[in-house]
Design a protein around this ligand. Structure first.
Ligand code: AKB
Length: 316
């Protein structure tokens, strides 16, 4: 396809896989980050070193490559955000404001903004959390993403910017590890299962959270962005669900494939963050509007993770 796509935060957990998936569909996909890319990401297309806090640099890049769509993934996640609230606010808020302004200035056709289940808070109904409900996030990450959703909606209403967004649950993947989030245990557990046959979890055994396998997340993101504009009924963030589980439930699934695997628990400050988030998400509006449907079950995901991580370890 003829669009030219810019992806910010391209070296992160979502970015590395999203850029490669987009490059299979679009001829021109420019990856950008502060970090240098490695592997396939580096070898398959253009990379630009870009700091989303510098609007002029962003603007120059958009003009130089005649960018028509932006996926703005650069952000600080929940656990890092609680350790460094000032930095999280600056990157998540100022970064987004710069992108929104550059989009309007350059007539960008579509913008993707990743929101999160962290926009919900302790007063939100935690089971089957609806699309529209009480939202009182109490992490800086959640506050910044909720404000981001409101800005996105405002830019759609007032400036006509075609912005689309998903409230990602915890994302599980093996190609690039997660970093700085509260749901990261669900990635780390697989690497440690393969490497050490044991894992010490930083959340309590019965802490249920919404999660999704990365192939579903990537497919859903692209499906949302390719849906006709008239089908998009919310410009803040769509609830987006895969499956839900607790660390103990995940350990049991891993043990069916690796009986010797052992888990222990040492909850830290991330426990409080996890307890402020939903346990499961109602994504009926996404299913209705643009036919969203996840494919991977918890067992499918677990088998695929263990198989791929084991293969990565035998090939080095
Ligand atoms: C985090 O744990 O901070 C993220 C998220 C749920 O948005 N993975």
């Amino acid at each position: 396809m003829n669009d030219t796509i810019l992806v910010t935060g391209a070296c992160g957990q979502i970015g590395t896989e999203l850029v490669l998936a987009l490059r299979k569909i679009y001829k021109n996909v420019i990856a950008s980050d502060l970090k240098e890319p490695i592997g396939e990401l580096k070898d398959t297309g253009e990379f630009v070193r870009l700091d989303v806090l510098y609007k002029n640099g962003l603007n120059d890049c958009v003009k130089r490559f005649k960018v028509t769509q932006i996926y703005h993934l650069a952000a600080v996640l929940s656990a890092t955000g609680e350790r460094n609230p000032e930095m999280a606010w600056r990157i998540n808020m100022k970064g987004l404001r710069n992108i929104l302004d550059v989009c309007v200035k350059n007539g960008i056709a579509k913008l993707f903004f990743p929101s999160t289940i962290a926009v919900f808070g302790p007063t939100t109904p935690r089971v089957n959390t609806p699309q529209f409900t009480v939202m009182e996030p109490n992490t800086i990450y959640g506050i910044s993403k909720q404000a981001g959703e409101r800005w996105c909606d405002w830019y759609f209403q007032k400036k006509g910017l075609d912005v689309r967004s998903l409230r990602y649950p915890g994302l599980i993947s093996y190609k690039t590890k997660a970093g700085g989030g509260t749901t990261d245990y669900a990635v780390d557990i697989f690497f440690e299962a393969v490497e050490k046959k044991q894992y010490t979890c930083f959340l309590k055994a019965d802490t249920v959270l919404p999660m999704m396998y990365m192939p579903d997340a990537i497919r859903g993101t692209i499906e949302l962005m390719e849906a006709p504009s008239q089908k998009i009924s919310t410009r803040s963030g769509y609830n987006f669900a895969g499956f839900s589980f607790s660390p103990a439930e995940l350990a049991t699934v891993i043990q069916t494939q690796m009986p010797e695997f052992a888990i222990s628990y040492a909850p830290d400050f991330r426990q409080q963050i996890a307890e402020s988030w939903p346990q499961s998400i109602d994504d009926a509006v996404a299913r209705q509007d643009w036919s969203w449907k996840p494919e991977y079950s918890l067992t499918d995901m677990s088998e695929d993770m263990l198989r791929n991580i084991a293969a990565m370890h035998t090939s080095v």
